[in-house]
Write a protein that binds this ligand. Structure first.
Ligand SMILES: [Zn+2]
Ligand SMILES: [Zn+2]
Length: 247
């Protein structure tokens, strides 16, 4: 059985990079290096970073020239257990394709590209701010075996290295293998996630400030369910970071 460390080693250091041609894996029409995740400059230019104004709570970008901080209508209706959620980029075009292939088709060569997007945006915000741990959203063990890796854990490892915040995969566990959420409404997603997560035995997040990490934030049902468990167990604060934000 693979150890935790070997699972979260960057793929190019495992040597897979040697077998791929230096061609953009999205358009096949431009050069791209393995260290950049085999995404070429033309495709890279389609990435949309999330810039203010956005909802202070959930990070939802807002069209217009709002200068004051605000909370969107959604956040006023929901019981949120995290202090804030932020994402690096919009989950559209190339980013959406990369995340799908990374997650469901084991396209591990995109890892440096996704890690780079996350690091650029999250490291300046998180570094030296007293966060105790980065906790990736766990996969159910059955799903992890099938997928061979937890995409959130891999990305959390990169962020942990770059931001100097310890990675902790021994706090939270997934107890229910939930059905895919893509066809569910916001309410159904929240119900689907209730009871999906629990503390690991012996884990204590008391007084800890935790950065919860996932690949995509859509309605926030998943990260909110995780944050609820951590806060109920005494965590002082939980903030959420994801690479991409579904809009
Ligand atoms: Zn390309
Ligand atoms: Zn909001």
């Amino acid at each position: 059985m693979a150890t935790v460390m070997s699972k979260i080693q960057p793929w190019f250091e495992v040597g897979l990079g040697l077998f791929y041609p230096e061609v953009c894996q999205l358009c096949s029409a431009e050069r791209a290096s393995a260290r950049e995740g085999l995404v070429g400059p033309q495709c890279w230019s389609q990435v949309r970073f999330i810039r203010p104004p956005f909802c202070n709570r959930c990070g939802l970008p807002y069209q217009g020239d709002l200068t004051t901080t605000f909370e969107c209508a959604n956040c006023r209706e929901l019981k949120l257990h995290f202090s804030s959620a932020r994402s690096a980029v919009v989950a559209k075009t190339v980013v959406l394709e990369v995340i799908h292939r990374f997650k469901y088709s084991r396209a591990r060569w995109f890892e440096p590209f996704l890690a780079d997007l996350l690091r650029r945006e999250a490291v300046p915000v998180l570094r030296d701010k007293g966060w105790d741990f980065i906790v990736p959203v766990p996969l159910h063990p059955l799903k992890e075996r099938e997928r061979e890796f937890n995409q959130a854990e891999v990305l959390a490892w990169h962020l942990s290295e770059a931001a100097g915040i310890p990675l902790n995969t021994k706090i939270l566990r997934r107890v229910a293998a939930t059905a895919t959420q893509t066809k569910l409404t916001r309410e159904q997603r929240a119900a689907n996630m209730g009871g999906a997560f629990a503390l690991c035995s012996g884990a204590s997040p008391v007084e800890k400030r935790i950065v919860l990490l996932d690949d995509v934030f859509t309605t926030g049902a998943t990260t909110n369910a995780c944050a609820k468990v951590l806060r109920a167990a005494g965590a002082a604060e939980v903030c959420v970071w994801t690479v991409a934000r579904g809009l």
